[in-house]
Design a protein around this ligand. Structure first.
Ligand SMILES: Cc1cc2nc3c(=O)[nH]c(=O)nc-3n(C[C@H](O)[C@H](O)[C@H](O)COP(=O)(O)OP(=O)(O)OC[C@H]3O[C@@H](n4cnc5c(N)ncnc54)[C@H](O)[C@@H]3O)c2cc1C
Length: 243
């Protein structure tokens, strides 16, 4: 059984920062990530520009994730990718973690689980399973690989605005939000307004239309009317917590 001063569970920016600082201070550190290091940066939006990381005015999220992981490793943190921690229990000396059929002990534990492990969020619509991967997605694909003309993005937070603005480079985009107010930062809203992003508030996607691939979505409006929006890509909210 391997023993460390610190075990970090979760390899997003939070977990990688914890691993780096602890290793820098001379602790023996192991970090576990259920998927690839980077958390939401690599799982949900690897090719989106990140513009609010201090001293980095513009960096692709996949590159930022890589740098965070390399920096943690450079101080000696052991990074275990694709190794979900299945169980944690207190022990006389700290904690015992079970992952990939083996046990690891650590004196201290940081849980940096963020959004938790990625699980697509369900819209509870007919034919949702059929359209998943055929125009319906929760992950922003690399922009250079996207071949769509019309996209609909659901949500009113920074994630939705960022996603919509990224997609606008390659497609006509409509943002659909069920409330009248947005939780996105003023900065994101201003960028959207300057970019002429089409926004529908008080609307909810209630139907997916198409044959082999998504062709349109039906949006129910607050006043009871419905509108049909042509769409070959629907970006649903980005995922749901599960650890
Ligand atoms: C589309 C989109 C765009 C965004 N753009 C920006 C932006 O431009 N700027 C910005 O500041 N923020 C942005 N964010 C938000 C940012 O990504 C998050 O705030 C950040 O990822 C949170 O980091 P974290 O380390 O706390 O958690 P997460 O990134 O959620 O990482 C948690 C990690 O823990 C892992 N994990 C969970 N359970 C276990 C387990 N049992 N064992 C092992 N591993 C486990 C998960 O797999 C995951 O990788 C964006 C988010 C999205 C979805």
């Amino acid at each position: 059984m391997s023993t460390y001063d610190l075990a970090v569970v979760g390899g997003g920016p939070g977990g990688l920062a914890a691993a780096m600082y602890a290793a820098m201070r001379g602790m023996s550190v192991v970090a576990f990530e259920a998927e690839t290091f980077g958390g939401q940066l690599t799982t949900l939006y690897p090719s989106k520009p990140v513009t609010n990381f201090p001293a980095q005015a513009h960096i692709l999220s996949g590159d930022l994730a890589l740098r965070l992981a390399e920096q943690a490793a450079s101080f000696g943190a052991e990074l275990r990718e694709w190794e979900p921690v299945e169980h944690v229990a207190p022990s006389a000396d700290g904690f015992v973690l079970r992952s990939a059929g083996r046990e690891t002990t650590a004196s201290a534990l940081v849980l940096a689980l963020g959004h938790g492990r990625f699980v697509p969020r369900r819209l509870a619509l007919d034919r949702e399973d059929w359209f998943l991967g055929r125009g319906l997605t929760c992950r922003l694909p690399p922009i250079e690989q996207i071949d769509v003309r019309r996209a609909v993005v659901v949500g009113g937070g920074d994630t939705a605005f960022d996603t919509a603005l990224s997609l606008q480079q390659v497609a006509d985009v409509t943002l659909v939000h069920r409330r009248d107010e947005f939780s996105a930062y003023a900065h994101s809203r201003r960028r959207a307004s300057e970019a002429g992003l089409e926004v529908i508030t008080g609307g909810e996607v209630v139907e997916l239309l198409g044959g082999d691939h998504l062709e349109a979505v039906v949006v129910a409006l607050a006043d009871g009317r419905t509108v049909e929006l042509p769409a070959d890509l629907l970006l649903a909210p980005s995922g749901r917590s599960r650890t």
